[in-house]
Design a protein around this ligand. Structure first.
Ligand code: SF4
Ligand code: SF4
Ligand code: FES
Length: 252
């Protein structure tokens, strides 16, 4: 390691404490990412390490003491810095977390995923008026589609109680490639995918896509539109996309 690189690494390393235990980490990393990696039990719904933190579900609360000030804050979008003292499970945190769970349960009372997570933290009901929505507006679908898939088929629209997530103008999506990444990542499982031999439907975005069948084995392995987009991005010949991944690996 050259002297310059060693100095840079030192500058990037920060020392902090979690529940009194001294630790080291990389400056600017998501505090939640570090805490989860270290095995701390922090509930979270809108965080995924593959995408930018958004801080919307408010579940990942911790107390952070910086200098003389202590505050309760979401940890997913809190950047790791030198000298902070983090508390993960104080009475104050448990109280705040309970209210957040109750608010989420009021928004989406019928989600088994949310009910089960809330119950793990001792919350089984809500004192707030139930809205009977199915989406918690965590934005994970939108971020995954934009940042990971690179398609940008979804966005937020409206404000307040009208706020929603979906394709532009709440119309059936014209750009979704049917990859299913948003289906996979949705924490309350409200984006359904239906798969037939001839078509794949992403139900929430009303996107129906015909399937491409493998030229060799006949298996309907991916939406044709998705393969066309991949061909455009990679510049590979179309023949490459006519075979499913298994058959591509088989030498003639
Ligand atoms: S299925 Fe469609 S909306 Fe969902 S991540 Fe893939 S391209 Fe985006
Ligand atoms: S549809 Fe699912 S992933 Fe998208 S904002 Fe709603 S809860 Fe989050
Ligand atoms: S995980 Fe941090 S606010 Fe949702």
């Amino acid at each position: 390691m050259t002297a310059d690189i060693a100095t840079q690494a030192q500058q990037e390393t920060v020392t902090f404490t979690v529940n009194g235990k001294t630790m080291q980490g990389r400056r600017g990393d998501s505090l939640l990412k570090v805490l989860l990696h270290e095995g701390y039990d922090i509930p979270h719904l809108c965080y995924h390490e593959a995408v930018t933190a958004y801080g919307s579900c408010r579940l990942c609360l911790v107390e952070v003491k910086k200098g003389r000030k202590t505050k309760v804050t979401t940890s997913c979008n809190y950047p790791l810095m030198d000298g902070i003292e983090v508390t993960t499970n104080s009475e104050k945190i448990r109280k705040h977390r309970k209210v957040v769970f109750e608010l989420l349960l009021a928004q989406v009372p019928n989600s088994p995923e949310l009910q089960s997570m809330a119950a793990q933290y001792g919350v089984t009901d809500t004192r707030f008026e139930k809205k009977y929505q199915d989406c918690i507006l965590c934005g994970l679908c939108e971020r995954v589609c934009r940042e990971v898939v690179g398609v940008n088929a979804l966005g937020f629209m409206g404000r307040g109680v009208e706020k929603d997530v979906g394709a532009p103008f709440k119309q059936p999506s014209k750009t979704c490639i049917g990859c299913g990444a948003c289906v996979y990542v949705c924490p309350v499982n409200c984006i359904k995918e239906e798969q037939l031999p001839t078509k794949r439907t992403i139900v929430r975005w009303e996107r129906n896509l015909p399937m491409q069948t493998c030229k060799r084995c006949g298996y309907p392995f991916a939406p044709t539109y998705q393969l066309l987009q991949m061909q455009k991005q990679t510049g590979l010949p179309w023949e490459f996309f006519e075979l499913c991944p298994d058959c591509r690996d088989v030498k003639d």
